[in-house]
Design a protein around this ligand. Structure first.
Ligand SMILES: [Zn+2]
Ligand SMILES: [Zn+2]
Length: 826
């Protein structure tokens, strides 16, 4: 790979990119410099068989890095290990070495590799197949595997690559077909394990426990042969090797995920070039012309087109209030982050810089690529051909062709959705543009890590979207740099995960008292509840699944079967929407976007779980309104601080989508509001909430009339800033605020997990309340707008049309809270 001639240094490129800055409006708010580091190698462990070493040498691996050897030694010696290092630090070698060594040394041993996506498993299969190791017979086993091949794989493959969904739906329920494989299971590799977070992560934690249970049932695991293997794992217990992006406290997260003691290897000894990391805030647009909302782009700025609108609906956790419709308050608006990213991509490509742009939605990625192509073609006809969009729907061959074209320099710009869809080898680029904060510092570094190769300087730019969190971050670089990345949050004790998973386990084989210990401290009570509910039956030999079919449990769903979106005229399935979002996104009359095509919903059939739509390109968008009630069931923990109290507890949230507005796309003008007849939905979950006394509000100069708007504004910004302290997305959480809540008797702001039973987010918010609310206050107070804008207190998913909102009074409310609330320990 040759360096394109005349590639500017990062500093020079940044200067050029920022050339559009005016004296008063420099888009670059901060530049962080990450120094280069030299790599540290280690000799090959002497237990690595010669064919494996030779295969790796053919692939260009001459000497391993020290962290690879450290992790591999732990695993080889039978200790469960997680390697949590940066992008492109060669984590795969850390698990390939011990796993493949075991398969070569013992001709009967087997290994299971889990990736969060089929694409990643396919990449790994290619990497392992290239090593040409005799007798290993690696194979992917997932939803795409032809029936005819499945039996061969079960019988003959010793390195099976799959994903947690297939393990859950296919392999574990059919464990008898896998008995030989499971009996001999020596290693389980869990790749990209930081993606197993929240409710999905909690489910995967139990799927891994079910796997351990079946391996133990069919065990003893084969004693992996070798002259000096006295420290091999005990019978029936495969060794877990986990690979993670850099994350906070990876050992604890891995222990929660696997239920086993895990050693962490976090020191990254691979070489790094220096990185210049710039924070970029798009400039404000000129004030709007009367009657127009002033420059809202018609294209969604980051709306996911998989049926889940970004910042909309919140997995059912709409932020609803009972107040009435009002005009959408739109004040100052910034240039769209998509447009800005497209401009930066054009400039970078014109300068001959190989650049990858990360955009949050597929449609957004298309917009960035299309805009950049057009701009480049206008400048130099044909230059646009060197930019492409990278779609999840592409076949892996097509994706690899694009990756190769980018690495070779034939393609100079690529706009893509998220890192996971990208091949593991797509690293070493000159620049990475990140359109919108990806939600966590861990993902930010993972994306930025695609730029830079040993001894080559690279550039990363975070382009802020017009929302509270992004705006806060580009003005508070200390919140991004020089502090550790987040820990991965998951909660296997969530009763809404534990109960269904125990049913799955019981359906696979009756549960014994000894099994319960495997599933955690909540398991005995959960089993009793399942017996009482008629799901399980207790017999002398254990607990039995009472029904004939298997339990219907979806690992990635947020409760219930997804709603299918179907084109009536053709019967074509366009996509699915999770049931929690369906009332918001596919109610009758809703405009539904799919891969850039617009559809209008004719009917939402809740009984059959489908929405019937027809293609139509209306010049309006639709915005659902809901009414939400919340009642407190129990308080788990509380802090009383003078006039302020902070709570963590269980709540019931009842929300009903009652109407929707139609708004002109071009102007934002409200055409009309139409009623809807949809049933209320209930969510039992975990919430964090704070109350203030009315006296303290009056003392802070907040009038009675301002209180609802002040609480509402504080609630919006608090929801926007929660991802700063918890690894959640804005749509994982919801909120409600009220000047007088019946259960507290006081002005109250609630923020709740949008998933049944909670996913650990409210708990994190409670633990980090002081830093969370301090950042929330700063985000509002420091915003340059007068009465509130999308960068501070307006929420794109407000079920109440962003009305009322009192920006200034919200700051005073948070001042009262922060003046009283103790800072959290640490
Ligand atoms: Zn603002
Ligand atoms: Zn709201």
């Amino acid at each position: 790979m040759s360096t394109p001639v005349g590639v500017p240094a990062p500093g020079e490129l940044l200067r050029r990119l920022g050339a559009r800055a005016t004296a008063t409006d420099d888009p670059v708010t901060h530049v962080e410099r990450v120094a280069p580091s030299a790599g540290v190698t280690a000799p090959w462990p002497d237990w690595v068989p010669e064919p494996l070493r030779a295969g790796l040498a053919r692939r260009g691996v001459v000497t391993p890095w020290r962290h690879q050897v450290t992790a591999a030694n732990h695993a080889y010696e039978g200790r469960h290990v997680i390697v949590a290092t940066g992008t492109a630090s060669g984590k795969s070698l850390a698990y390939q070495l011990p796993t493949l060594a075991a398969l070569l040394t013992d001709p009967r041993a087997t290994a299971l590799y889990l990736a969060p996506t089929k694409a990643l498993a396919a990449d790994q299969l290619r990497a392992v197949a290239e090593l040409e190791l005799d007798g290993v017979r690696p194979a992917c086993y997932d939803g795409d595997t032809p029936r005819a091949e499945r039996e061969w794989i079960r019988r003959h493959s010793r390195f099976v690559l799959t994903n947690p969904d297939m393990l859950h739906h296919g392999i574990l329920p059919g464990h008898a077909h896998w008995s030989t494989f499971l009996r001999r299971l020596a290693f389980v590799v869990v790749d990209e394990c930081h993606t197993y977070r929240g409710v999905f992560g909690s489910h995967v934690a139990h799927v891994l426990r079910r796997l351990r249970r079946q391996a133990a049932r069919y065990g003893p695991s084969v004693a992996v042969a070798g002259p000096d293997d006295r420290s091999r794992p005990s019978a029936g217990t495969p060794v877990f090797v986990l690979a993670s992006a850099t994350s906070g406290d990876p050992a604890a997260a891995a222990e929660r995920l696997t239920g086993l003691p895990v050693t962490a290897v976090t020191e990254d000894s691979s070489p790094r070039g220096g990185l210049t990391f710039a924070l970029w805030e798009p400039p404000l647009l000129p004030p709007p012309v009367t009657g127009s909302t002033g420059g809202f782009d018609a294209e969604p700025d980051g709306g996911a087109d998989d049926g889940r609108a970004d910042d909309d609906g919140a997995g059912g956790a709409g932020d609803g209030r009972a107040d009435e419709d009002g005009p959408e308050g739109v004040g100052q608006v910034r240039r769209s982050a998509l447009r800005e990213t497209a401009d930066l991509l054009s400039d970078a490509v014109a300068a001959g810089v190989r650049t990858l742009a990360f955009v949050r939605s597929r449609r957004g990625a298309e917009v960035v690529a299309t805009t950049a192509r057009r701009q480049l073609d206008e400048a130099v006809p044909g230059l646009g051909d060197r930019v492409a969009a990278y779609r999840a729907g592409y076949l892996s061959e097509e994706r690899r062709a694009l990756e190769r074209a980018l690495l070779s320099g034939q393609l100079l710009g690529l706009a893509s959705t998220n890192a996971l869809e990208l091949g593991v080898d797509l690293v070493g680029l000159d620049a990475v543009l990140i359109c919108g904060y990806p939600g966590t510092r861990a993902s930010l570094w993972q994306q930025a890590g695609r730029a830079g190769r040993s001894a080559r300087e690279a550039l990363a730019v975070l382009v802020a979207r017009d929302d509270p969190l992004d705006t806060y971050l580009v003005h508070h670089p200390e919140a991004l740099f020089g502090r550790p990345v987040e820990a991965t949050v998951l909660d296997p004790n969530n009763p809404y995960v534990l109960g269904p998973q125990l049913c799955c386990a019981a359906a696979e084989a009756p549960l014994t008292p000894a099994d319960l210990a495997l599933f955690g401290e909540g398991a005995p009570a959960a089993v009793e509840a399942l017996v009482a509910a008629g799901a399980l039956r207790k017999r002398p030999t254990g607990w039995y699944w009472r029904h004939t079919g298997r339990p219907d449990v979806d690992l990635r769903g947020t409760g219930g079967t997804p709603v299918a979106v179907v084109e009536s005229s053709t019967g074509r399935l366009l996509g699915t929407v999770d049931p929690g979002s369906s009332h918001f996104l596919v109610h009758p009359g809703a405009v539904y976007l799919h891969q850039g095509v617009s559809y209008v919903v004719d009917e939402l059939d809740l009984a059959d779980g489908c929405a019937l739509v027809h293609a139509q390109e209306p010049d309006w968008s639709t915005h659902a309104r809901d009414v939400t009630d919340l009642s407190v069931l129990s308080v788990r923990s509380r802090v009383d601080a003078g006039p302020v109290s902070l709570f963590l507890g269980e709540v019931d949230v009842t929300s009903q989508v009652v109407s929707y507005q139609r708004r002109r796309i071009a102007t934002g003008e409200v055409i009309d509001t139409r009623p809807l007849d949809l049933p209320a939905r209930e969510l039992r979950t975990v919430a964090v909430w704070f109350t203030l006394t009315e006296a303290s509000l009056a003392e802070a100069g907040i009038t009675t009339a301002e209180v609802p708007g002040a609480l509402h504004a504080a609630e919006h910004a608090a929801i926007g800033l929660l991802p700063l302290v918890a690894t959640c997305d804005r749509w994982d959480i919801g909120g409600i605020s009220t000047a007088l809540h019946p259960d507290t008797g006081l002005p109250t702001v609630f923020v709740y997990d949008g998933h049944p039973g909670g996913a650990g987010f409210a708990e994190r918010a409670y633990e980090a309340a002081s830093s969370w609310l301090r950042a929330t206050r700063a985000a509002i107070a420091e915003c340059g707008c007068e009465t509130g804008c999308p960068s501070c207190v307006q929420s794109p998913k407000c079920g109440n049309g962003n009305n009322p909102l009192e920006k200034a009074a919200a700051v005073r409310i948070l001042d009262v809270v922060l003046a009283n609330l103790p800072k959290e320990p640490k």
